[in-house]
Design a binder for this molecule. Structure first.
Ligand code: FES
Ligand code: FES
Length: 178
């Protein structure tokens, strides 16, 4: 009898919710300290806690690239990134890409507009953040390279030719095309 009460007690303890964890991130140049549940994704933190809704939730399973942001300068799918694992990291979203100046445009943003590189625009923030990471990687030299290295970013509107042209132009403008 005593042991069954003990078993019920330990089951109840194991079902208790883990405590929220305090983390500090630099988001678009601003230090943000938040208390987050261990299962909170970086995507949900950005959208639901910081109101940075430029980053989009498409599949929520790492398959579409709509949620791409820069984390310590590298592109990541924020839907697959647990926020608590990135304490101390620097995050740049589409809102901060032009150095946080709301009136300024990053060369990629200008090029996407000039090349009509979107239709509905839902994939565009992820495309642009991914392209910024791609240019920083310095691995893309040709249009075929861009197509391959951007293959994690899906555009259901099929704006791919214009997206590649826009990225090529931005690479030229940024001196990243070789
Ligand atoms: S929402 Fe993250 S990859 Fe689709
Ligand atoms: S512009 Fe509509 S999904 Fe890419």
């Amino acid at each position: 009898m005593g042991s069954s009460i003990g078993a019920a007690g330990s089951r109840s303890e194991s079902q208790a919710k883990p405590a929220a964890i305090s983390i500090t991130l630099t988001v678009n140049g601003e230090s943000r300290t938040l208390s987050v549940a261990p299962w909170t994704t970086l995507l949900d933190l950005l959208r639901d806690r910081l109101d940075l809704t430029g980053t989009k939730k498409g599949c929520d399973h790492g398959q579409c690239g709509a949620c791409t942001v820069l984390l310590d300068g590298r592109r990541v799918t924020s839907c697959l990134t647990l926020a608590v694992m990135k304490d101390g990291a620097e995050i740049v979203t589409i809102e901060g890409l032009a150095n946080g100046d709301a009136d300024a445009l990053h060369p990629l943003q200008k090029a996407f507009i000039e090349h009509d590189a979107f239709q509905c625009g839902y994939c565009t923030p992820g495309q642009i953040c991914s392209a910024a990471g791609l240019i920083a990687e310095g691995r893309a030299k040709t249009a075929d390279d861009i197509r391959e290295l951007m293959s994690g970013n899906i555009c259901r509107c099929g704006a791919y030719p214009n997206i590649v042209a826009a990225i090529q132009e931005a690479m030229d403008a940024m001196g990243g095309r070789r």
